[in-house]
Design a protein around this ligand. Structure first.
Ligand code: PLP
Length: 348
């Protein structure tokens, strides 16, 4: 089975398992006199993440969702406050606890984006100028738009606008290393302009568990307290942090292989039945509109699964394919032939 549903399917490598086996551990739920984790491997991962992202400090979280929650609440968003995001961000679509009245009770305020999910800076300026929103959220790469990337100049511009009007910026950089690979730059250039940022170790980077929240020392100190209150403290977490350290080695370079595979896939299956905006295939995600195929996405997914290929239905008319380190170029070629054979047999 060639499984392209998500890069979250990536498996820990042999090197990661070895590092996990050998990891030195401590009680991550306890802090030393410097406010640091008592687990030495977690401390190493946090220091490495801070350095890579260009922030002073970092906090190991069990998931990206947990890291985003902690970030938004550490920025002191309170019940009734509005936070600025776009309608199709992961935070709007999946992290709903933030907006549930009986949970955190925040209100989303949506800014417009272009066809590739890139935020409109003039519209954002108008909203933050009027002082309605407590916090600006950005997503890079943009998951729902097919892994599209916000450039360094745009990131800087958006952060400068927010700062001018006193709104902090949190970057949901679940796949920020993919954006750095697309622009062929150091990830720091994209992550340092934001006040805080999150990235996932558990997606394209291939680690089994975890996301990192990065920010200044005081922010991370407060975030660590909040993580405990929310039940996100861990114990001998060095076992999983060790895999995260391995995941960060050459993260940008490794992503480039996945991007080549995604682009090859997109170019070779793009037909009227599987319409793909190839310009939007910048990183490791391919989204195809199958409206003209005369079948629902769920039906297509089911039929292709019987041929040995798994895709993800993301709406009635759209499917998503994601490449990651365990999917080889040969498997991508095979996926292309499974899809093309399927449509040729049905329609020609
Ligand atoms: C996956 C993802 C998250 C959440 O990460 P989890 O570890 O699944 O909770 C947040 N934002 C974006 C853009 C994502 O793709």
């Amino acid at each position: 089975m060639i499984d392209l549903r998500s890069d979250t399917l990536s498996k820990p490598s042999k090197e990661m398992r070895k590092a996990m086996y050998e990891a030195e551990t401590g009680d991550d739920g306890r802090i030393d006199s410097f406010g640091r984790s008592e687990d030495p491997t977690v401390r190493r991962l946090e220091d490495l993440s801070a350095e890579i992202s260009g922030h002073e400090a970092a906090l190991f979280c069990n998931s990206g969702t947990m890291a985003n929650y902690i970030a938004i609440l550490t920025h002191e968003a309170q019940r009734g406050d509005s936070i600025l995001t776009d309608r199709s961000s992961h935070i709007s679509r999946s992290e709903k606890g933030l907006f549930m009245e009986h949970l955190f009770g925040l209100t989303p305020e949506f800014y417009p984006v272009d066809d590739h999910g890139i935020p409109d800076s003039d519209a954002i300026e108008n909203i933050v100028k009027n002082g309605q929103s407590r916090l600006l959220l950005l997503e890079n790469t943009h998951n729902a738009y097919g892994g599209t990337c916000i450039s360094v100049s745009k990131m800087k511009k958006l952060c400068a606008i927010a700062r001018l009007y006193g709104a902090p910026v949190h970057l949901d950089g679940a796949r920020i290393f993919n954006a750095a690979a697309y622009f062929d730059i150091d990830v720091k250039a994209l992550t340092s302009p934001a006040d805080s940022m999150m990235f996932c170790l558990s997606k394209g980077l291939g680690a089994p568990v975890g996301s990192m929240l990065c920010g200044d020392r005081d922010f991370i100190y407060r975030a660590r307290k909040l993580r405990k209150i929310l039940g996100g403290s861990m114990r001998q977490a060095g076992v999983i942090a060790a895999a995260g350290i391995v995941a960060l080695e050459d993260a940008v370079e490794k992503s480039k292989v996945d991007h080549e595979n995604a682009l090859y896939l997109a170019r070779n299956i793009n037909t009227e039945y599987m319409k793909i905006d190839v310009d939007a295939v910048q990183t490791n995600i391919v989204i195809a509109d199958i409206s003209s195929s005369g079948r629902s996405a769920a039906h297509l997914v089911n039929e292709l699964e019987q041929k040995g290929l798994r895709l993800q239905a993301i709406s009635d008319t759209k499917v998503r394919m994601v490449t990651y380190k365990d999917i080889s170029a040969e498997e991508i070629k095979k996926a292309v032939s499974i899809i093309n054979n399927y449509f040729n047999n049905k329609y020609l």
